[in-house]
Design a binder for this molecule. Sequence first.
Ligand SMILES: NC(=O)c1ccc[n+]([C@@H]2O[C@H](COP(=O)([O-])OP(=O)(O)OC[C@H]3O[C@@H](n4cnc5c(N)ncnc54)[C@H](O)[C@@H]3O)[C@@H](O)[C@H]2O)c1
Length: 334
Amino acid sequence: MTHRDILVTGGAGFIGRNMIRGLLDDGYTITSLDNYKIGGWEHVPASLRDHVEWVEGDTRDLELLTKTVRGKDAVLHLAAPSSFLMYEEDPVDGASVTTHGFLNVLEAMRRGDVGKLVYASTSAVYEGNPVPYTEGMELAPPDLKALSKKWNEEVARQYSERYGMTAIGMRPFSVYGHDEFSKGGYANVISLFVWAVLHDVTPVVWGDGRQTRDFIYVEDAGRAFQRALECELPTQEFNVGTGVETTFSEVLAMIGEELGRPVAPRYVDVPIAIYAERLWADITRARDVLGFRHRIDVREGVRRVIEAARAARTSPRWNTLGAAQMYFETLPRG
Ligand SMILES: NC(=O)c1ccc[n+]([C@@H]2O[C@H](COP(=O)([O-])OP(=O)(O)OC[C@H]3O[C@@H](n4cnc5c(N)ncnc54)[C@H](O)[C@@H]3O)[C@@H](O)[C@H]2O)c1
């Protein structure tokens, strides 16, 4: 590997922290640009603090971005809201970060003659299609979050064609992992269920528990991005999933088995109009082109989430996490 100097936007976030750990291990030099809106600096582990150049700032600040990207070999762009809830709460800010921030990244790269971008799109761009989702499908996402990400993909293609950049769009499915405390109520459902159960709070499930997700462990997701960074590829998009569907009921059963006691959830009506019943990735392209396969299956992942949650019991933030799933009951919109 040639030595590479990378800017990671959203580097302090859930996926960013884990991705950076892998990149540092492989000899990369990393600068992070993050506004610390989600979680904050306190969630950056001590092991990363001294080994990354941390720049505090917003991707909507074009001058800062232009200055920060100068001299870099590539950009990994993650800074955007990760949960549909954030768009529910503040649609203008959500769409602004996702679109304006993304355009700034491309523009700063063009100005600085930086030729390679790997960015986080989302599996939500497929909404409305039948599963499994394949990269060639027509996209007509019915909500703002997915539409903003689809716009990212279109603008990325335009910049590639006009300015000779390579922009690889990664479409993560349901990313979860040991280290998700920074996201609180916005965390993946696996974390929310584990935190609730360990607080003796009854997990709340929308619908009948048969909805599925393609759950991918955060370290695996990070490796997929790194593969996209390292492969010589034309501009295109990749699913970041495992190719395995798991129901919420199966997740709860696994949590129960790991804890040695059954978990009985409370089922409530789905309170929103647009809700994905199934999320399932066709992983053929990522496997054949990137050589990417996940390493951690859901059972092992659930085990790690439980272990991390148990270890966090003594930390001050622990007390807040039992209530993190409460949005399942309080979200009134439809
Ligand atoms: N977690 C998932 O399941 C998932 C699934 C699909 C797509 N994604 C995408 O992956 C990316 C990372 O997700 P995550 O789970 O790590 O979320 P996260 O919220 O943990 O991380 C995002 C980071 O970006 C920072 N940020 C947000 N807006 C910013 C701005 N305007 N300027 C600078 N920094 C900003 C936040 O402070 C945070 O540290 C997001 O783009 C998200 O949409 C995530």
